[in-house]
Design a binder for this molecule. Structure first.
Ligand SMILES: [Zn+2]
Length: 398
């Protein structure tokens, strides 16, 4: 089982320690995403080196390949992927509803086509539990229905009610000592969000996740909806905001009492040459880096900035050398992990707002227009979703 020991804050910014069977994890925490039981291009040793304590994997992808039974036979996911830290698996709900293979949705579950071989697959709350238990992560997620940002009230309400019925079935079907987190939904409606969070809170699960945010809605809408979701949640359980992980969004999430985050953004951006700096994202392939014989970010303590110059990184990207993806991923992940470490230190010092204001004053986020353009591009090329070169998206769950 897992437990959150809070050290500062209850409402608003919180700092604590998440105690898991595979290590104690300081919170707030950013969890790198290892969709297919690997954080793309990085080894577990490298993940430890940049301070990652918990990694997310995806039950949807792993049940299709290599199969949950295969992972169980190999001794469980920790052993299979050689990772001694904590693990969380996402249930597959988001993938079923977002990858375009959905064939039939009924109250019992969802039938979909595998994106790998087109075979028909079925996920129910019970199957999602069985699959995740076989995979064997420390934290497993309830099977939910994530309504799209454009869902009207009726559709959002139906998806939320189904998510609640499925959460109860997940709880009833859950057999191992992995920690089952519930997921609250509610679409873009604050009252549905509050109701959903209250429902999930009442199940007294060891953690509560907030799903269905940062799925394409305007940021001005995201934060009030997050507040509506967080308010009914128990103070003594970890809160996990799913699929959110841009540097500026982490500040807004922590400010509103979120403890855990995950997102493919840092690694996917990295593979496209977009790197975080304290002033905002830069593209390393830009000609201005060709002669920069200094680290990309001189304040950064990551292995990449310690050992290599921006000019060298630029060169690797221009040549499409494999090392480019690894060095860029190390840097972006370390940037977010350090950002969380600093927010935690600021919370413990009673000075979160000073840190938040200083960070946001300096960090220039990619503007919303760029992000919408990226999202539109992504929707048109959804089938290319799994390629390393797929367009990047903020707030995306893989
Ligand atoms: Zn760095």
């Amino acid at each position: 089982m897992i437990e959150l020991v809070l050290e500062a804050g209850d409402r608003g910014p919180r700092a604590g320690t998440l105690i898991t069977p595979h290590g104690c994890i300081p919170t707030p925490v950013f969890m790198p995403v290892g969709t297919q039981a690997t954080v793309k291009s990085l080894s577990p040793r490298e993940l430890h080196e940049i301070g990652a304590g918990i990694v997310l994997a995806n039950a949807y992808h792993l049940m299709l390949r290599p199969g949950a039974e295969r992972i169980a036979a190999a001794g469980g996911l920790h052993r299979f992927m050689g990772w001694s830290g904590a693990l969380l698996t996402d249930s597959g709900g988001f993938q079923v509803f977002s990858l375009g293979g959905l064939r039939r949705l009924d109250d019992d579950g969802a039938t979909f086509r595998s994106h790998i071989d087109g075979s028909e697959q079925r996920l129910t709350p019970e199957r999602a539990m069985r699959v995740q238990e076989q995979i064997g992560a420390d934290i497993i997620m309830a099977f939910d229905e994530c309504p799209p940002a454009e869902a009207g009230r009726e559709a959002a309400s139906e998806a939320t009610a189904r998510t609640h019925r499925w959460a109860e079935r997940c709880l009833a079907a859950h057999e191992t000592d992995s920690a089952l987190f519930g997921i609250c939904q509610g679409g873009m409606f604050a009252d549905l969000r509050r109701e959903s969070a209250a429902f999930i809170a009442a199940l007294r699960l060891p953690g509560c996740a907030i799903g269905g945010l940062s799925v394409g809605e305007r940021k001005a809408l995201t934060w009030p909806l997050l507040e509506a979701s967080v308010e009914p949640l128990p103070v003594d359980r970890p809160r996990y905001l799913m699929g959110v992980g841009s540097p500026e969004d982490l500040v807004e999430g922590v400010r509103r009492g979120v403890d855990m985050f995950d997102c493919v953004l840092p690694t996917r951006l990295a593979r496209n040459g977009a790197l975080f700096t304290p002033a905002g994202r830069v593209n390393i392939t830009n000609a201005r880096f060709a002669r920069l014989d200094r680290p990309l970010d001189e304040e950064c303590d990551c292995p990449t900035c310690t050992d290599f110059t921006a000019a060298y990184l630029h060169h690797l990207f221009r040549c499409e050398e494999l090392l480019a993806y690894r060095l860029a991923s190390l840097h972006n992940l370390r940037f977010l992990i350090r950002h969380c470490e600093r927010m935690r230190a600021a919370i413990l010092a009673g000075d979160f707002e000073s840190y938040a204001e200083a960070f946001l004053a300096r960090y220039q986020p990619a503007n919303e227009q760029t992000r919408y353009a990226q999202r539109a591009l992504y929707r048109r090329t959804r089938d290319a979703h799994h390629s390393a070169a797929a367009p990047t998206l903020p707030g995306e769950r893989t």
